[in-house]
Design a protein around this ligand. Structure first.
Ligand code: FPP
Length: 246
């Protein structure tokens, strides 16, 4: 009888190991509502919190978010201050709730330009979350991929100049280890909301074989259902890394 028929188990979803997100569209979200841009960032920060918790609940290992680029300093002082304040508040709360959330924090970017207070919160978050086994959140702060690559090249050139390395010994893996993302697997999936279709200086080296997903949803509206849709699209891609499918 149909009533007692055993249900087929749902097929196991293969969750990507590493998802990276360009949190874009906060300004437009606010403009559509006649609100100041800073209101969009505030709701955007909430969207981030929801997505980070959801990412942890589905077993994602790495979540990298573009929170502030090397180019974002061109914005008004008021807007830059508002974003920094949101980050500071988020980190303070995260540090307070660390044992409960078990999220590991990492930062990609040159933090020396941030306020001493934010640098301190960032250091503390990294230090205290080191041993946590949940999702690792990589915050890209004052981050630019060209800047990251240039710094790595300089570090290696310096090592050569001092006789500690030889140019011919440099490998792709060796170069990866000189980037902010050292030790983190390359992103499987990069999501850009807000309808923009460009990479905007984000993870240029690491994205060589990443799958991209673009959606018109503005970041403050981005929900766990949107993340599910992106993962579902990813699961239907055929990743060949330049080879052919067996
Ligand atoms: C891009 O949208 C967004 C940013 C430059 C800032 C992202 C920052 C946050 C989401 C808040 C940070 C806080 C936490 C806790 C992660 P945009 O301003 O370029 O939007 P627009 O393209 O519509 O103008």
């Amino acid at each position: 009888m149909a009533l007692f028929q055993k249900k087929e188990p749902a097929p196991q979803r293969q969750i990507p190991t590493h998802i990276a997100i360009i949190m874009d569209g906060n300004g437009r979200w606010a403009k559509k509502r006649g609100l100041p841009r800073t209101a969009g960032h505030k709701v955007g920060a909430e969207a981030f919190r929801t997505i980070a918790n959801y990412a942890k609940s589905i077993g994602l290992r790495y979540l990298t978010v573009y929170a502030f680029s090397t180019e974002n300093w061109k914005r008004s002082e008021e807007e830059v201050d508002a974003i920094m304040e949101l980050l500071e508040r988020y980190l303070r709360e995260a540090i307070r709730d660390m044992d409960k959330n078990r999220v590991r924090f990492c930062f990609f970017g040159d933090l020396s330009r941030l306020s001493p207070q934010l640098q301190q919160e960032a250091r503390e978050a990294v230090e205290r979350s080191k041993g946590y086994e949940g999702v690792q959140v990589n915050f890209c702060l004052n981050y630019g991929a060209r800047d990251e690559i240039l710094r790595a090249a300089r570090t290696f050139a310096q090592a050569c100049a001092e006789g500690r390395a030889k140019p011919e010994d440099l490998t792709e893996a060796g170069f990866s280890n000189l980037l902010y993302s050292a030790g983190v697997p390359d992103p499987d999936l990069i999501i850009r909301p807000s309808g923009e279709i460009r990479t905007s200086n984000f993870l240029l080296w690491q994205s060589a074989y990443s799958e991209y997903y673009f959606t018109d949803t503005l970041w403050p509206d981005f929900s766990p259902a949107d993340l599910d849709r992106a993962i579902d699209a990813y699961q239907h891609r055929s990743r060949r890394y330049g080879g052919v499918k067996p």
